[in-house]
Design a protein around this ligand. Structure first.
Ligand code: TPP
Ligand code: MG
Length: 756
């Protein structure tokens, strides 16, 4: 009999050898059947699973088990880099069988059986998975960047290692699948499926998804979403309290709950078929709770014995799903015990052969190969798209455009504020691209806290411009799903401070999708965020948040900060075009304090306003991503001020005074904080040899640090000073001026530099 292996004196762990021997022992002692069933018949009375299907799924389960064994084998001589396995969760092969192959699936990391069941062949599945394990550059979805379950052909959307972070996206995907349109990536009757573990179900991202699914259902919004909770009772070492998952999932309003024994293939198949049928028919969300076991610990290096008793481990082993399916097949007379073992060995041999083949494959060889899918920006294509859109808006789309604006075109309305300009640009975007959706808190009926989305819902209806529930994770999740499905979401985050509690949806999800799928899946979006400080009327930290570092260090993400109307429109068009043509994830950070600003130097000068350009000018006024704008003042020879956002307006005011005093300066508006316009800023700095950085974000971790570093990297040898906000949160009322950059400090900084 197989035994659990002793690890020193510490106790017991299940090794691959134990698991293998136990399987053989258990199968060898299975009782022979009294009667045989035909392959076309139910494999067991009362089940809808046929014997033939059970045999197929058994192969997928066997492949999954052998993939785990092969991963550990590869690890044993340092050729494998990932050992989190699927052993004990092989019942999810039946979930794959209960779905259509065209249903998008976002899988838990214990889904090798699901993956194998959906794959065209077992060797194909094994090759894909093992290429991931050895980080082969030939791995077809992540190209060796990560070990994921994903495939564009199989409609398996790769998920990240951050547990539950894919669930808000799954809600968004279900939401967008259900929208009436012709160009969805998935068929009209598709359902979105996502699986997750029992411990993950407690995560904030999971509760956001469970809540929003229920909220949509309660609101009458159709949401074809099937959630599968694979409950093995543990999150690494922490046990899930008995009954917690059932109690928690069952009590979720708007979410239909069923459960099954995930170690029993027929029971899992029946329950999954029933649940998927419900979701497909009713277009309503459901969760299927499968009880599973976890065999061989959490991952290769996990010594379970440190936190589990031998009895607990043995109890799980007794429920091995492979033995369960073997019993099912033997009891049905479809296979004899020896045939089961023969099949097991045959699959094992095939998998091992593939493992040997892939371990010598090339890995990613250099930075360029690694980063290739991160920001595949094609500026010419984006520019071309803007021209195309303009041509359409001038020609065949002119009538629709005029209707959208209620007959009063914005270019005929005189100079506009920043808020009005963004509103007009969004109107144009909604008018020319039926895939554009605008949503967020208060953006619909109210038209935004600052009126930026005013009248959009009246103009385009609540299918395209809508209020969401108050949860930023869900707002971004909707965008993640909609973008994946070919739409162009423009979600709004009401205040920058409130992006921070949901930013993993941008950082971990949106920004990684291309990286982990080599561009096969993209989630284009333009996230509008109202932020930055200097609001007179509405003070305090949260409405004046100036933390952008977290967005600047996300590789591939575009961060735009338009400071004035004349830039806002072309910059927003560039973000939309880049999202549409390259799948870019863009954050459009709008300085709240400048939304309604009219004047620059004197009250009533209206210099901060700008006329809106009609489509005829969109090509010429195009602003490529990553290009700064320079304002020369006086002789423009003495000083370079590098700034953005609110800093631009203050710097222009200071520079005008300097010009009166005979000092010429050039004020550089970065406009893009990620990627920084490095070439532009280095060139403009070199032109005067004196650089003043005016940075409204904090001294530590703020934008100025990046600008200084870019100057050094770019070989700038002149004098440089930095004015930045204090390392403080923003206080309420007039005290805010003590911590924020002001014009006096800019003036002093400029004079200090000019004196050198
Ligand atoms: C957000 C996050 N926190 C922590 C981790 C580290 N971690 C990886 S797996 C895991 C346990 C997950 O347990 P469960 O959801 O039950 O899935 P299981 O591994 O049991 O299948 C943890 C804590 C993570 N990946 N993501
Ligand atoms: Mg678990």
């Amino acid at each position: 009999m197989a035994r659990l292996a002793h690890v020193g004196n510490a106790g017991l762990v299940t090794t691959p050898q134990n698991l293998d021997e136990r399987f053989r022992d258990a199968v060898s002692s299975l009782p022979l059947p009294e009667a045989r069933r035909a392959p076309g018949d139910a494999v067991r009375d009362g089940s809808t699973l046929t014997g033939a299907r059970a045999l197929e799924l058994f192969d997928a389960q066997l492949a999954s088990r052998h993939l785990d064994l092969a991963a550990r084998w590869l690890r044993s001589f340092n050729e494998g880099f990932y050992t989190i396995g699927s052993s004990g969760h092989e019942g999810n092969a039946a979930v794959a069988a209960a779905l259509l192959p065209t249903d998008p699936a976002l899988l838990h990391y214990r889904s090798a059986a699901f993956f194998s069941a959906r794959a065209k062949s077992l060797p194909d599945a094994a090759r894909d998975v093992l290429r991931g394990v050895v980080a082969s550059a030939r791995e077809p979805i992540a190209g060796g960047r990560h070990k994921v379950f994903g495939s564009a052909d199989l409609n398996i959307v790769p998920t990240t290692s951050t547990v539950a972070s894919h669930l808000p996206r799954a809600v968004g995907l279900a939401f967008s699948i259900e929208r009436p349109r012709s160009d969805s990536r998935w068929p009209r009757d598709a359902i979105a499926m996502a699986s997750f573990g029992d411990a993950s179900a407690n995560h904030a991202a999971a509760t956001a998804a469970l809540n929003s699914a229920g909220w949509f259902e309660h609101s009458g919004v159709r949401l074809p979403l099937l959630l599968i909770c694979e409950d093995n009772g543990l999150g690494i070492s922490v046990p899930t309290p008995d009954g917690w998952l059932a109690a928690m999932l069952e009590s979720r309003p708007g979410l239909r709950y069923t459960s099954a024994d995930g170690c029993d293939l027929a029971a899992t198949y029946d329950a999954a078929t029933e649940a998927a049928g419900y979701v497909r028919r009713e277009r309503r969300p459901a969760v299927l709770h499968l009880s599973t076991v976890r065999l061989m610990g959490h991952a290769g290096a996990d010594a379970e014995v440190a936190y589990r008793t031998a009895d607990e481990i043995a109890r799980d082993l007794a429920r091995d799903p492979l033995v369960g399916t073997a019993r099912l097949l033997v009891e049905a007379g479809l296979l004899g015990p020896e045939e089961v073992i023969g099949r097991y060995d045959e699959v094992g041999w095939q998998v091992r052969k593939v493992a040997e083949e892939v371990l010598g494959e090339p890995k990613l060889a250099n930075v360029a190969e690694v980063v290739a899918p991160l920001a595949p920006r094609r500026p010419l294509r984006a520019a071309h798209r803007i021209t195309e859109v303009a041509t359409r808006a001038l020609g065949p789309g002119a009538a629709a455009r005029s209707r959208a604006f209620g007959g009063k075109l914005p270019e005929q309305s005189g100079p506009l504020t920043l808020a009005q300009t963004i509103n007009a640009t969004l109107t144009d975007a909604l008018a020319y691209d039926p895939g554009v959706l605008v949503f967020g808190e208060d953006v619909g009926r109210k038209g935004g806290v600052y009126g930026v989305t005013k009248h959009l819902q009246e103009r385009f209806g609540d299918e395209r411009v809508f209020d969401t529930l108050l949860d930023e994770t869900t707002i971004l999740g909707l965008a993640l799903g909609a973008g994946l499905d070919g739409l162009l979401p423009v979600p709004e985050i009401q205040y920058l401070a409130y992006l921070h509690n949901a930013e993993d949806q941008l950082r971990g999800e949106a920004a990684t999708m291309s990286f982990f799928s080599s561009g096969a899946y993209k989630n284009p979006m333009v996230v509008r965020v109202a932020g930055l400080a200097y609001q007179q009327a509405f003070g305090g930290h949260f409405h004046n948040d100036n933390s952008v570092a977290v967005l600047r260090d996300i590789p591939g993400l575009v961060l735009a900060v338009p400071s004035r109307p004349s830039d806002a429109a072309p910059m927003l068009r560039s973000c939309l075009a880049s999202a549409a043509s390259d799948g870019s994830v863009c954050v459009f950070l709008e300085p709240i304090a400048l939304y309604h600003t009219r004047d620059l130097h004197q009250q009533g000068d209206n210099e901060w306003l700008a006329p809106y350009s009609g489509p005829g000018a969109w090509t010429t006024e195009h602003v490529p991503i990553g290009r700064a704008r320079t304002y020369p003042l006086g002789n423009a020879q003495d000083l370079t001020i590098i700034t953005y956002g609110n800093g631009l307006r203050m710097s222009l005011r200071v520079a005008a005074q300097l010009a009166e005093q005979g000092y010429g300066s050039r004020v550089v508006d970065l406009r893009w904080l990620n990627p920084l316009p490095v070439n532009d800023l280095v060139r403009e700095a070199a032109a005067t040899g004196r650089v003043l950085i005016v940075d409204e974000t904090r001294r530590s971790g703020g934008v100025g640090e990046g600008v200084l570093a870019a100057l050094v990297d770019g070989g700038f040898v002149g004098a440089a000073r930095r004015i930045a906000s204090a390392d403080s949160l923003i206080p309420l009322g007039p005290a805010a001026q003590h911590v924020l950059v002001g014009e006096d400090a800019i003036t002093q900084g400029a004079h200090a530099l000019l004196a050198r």
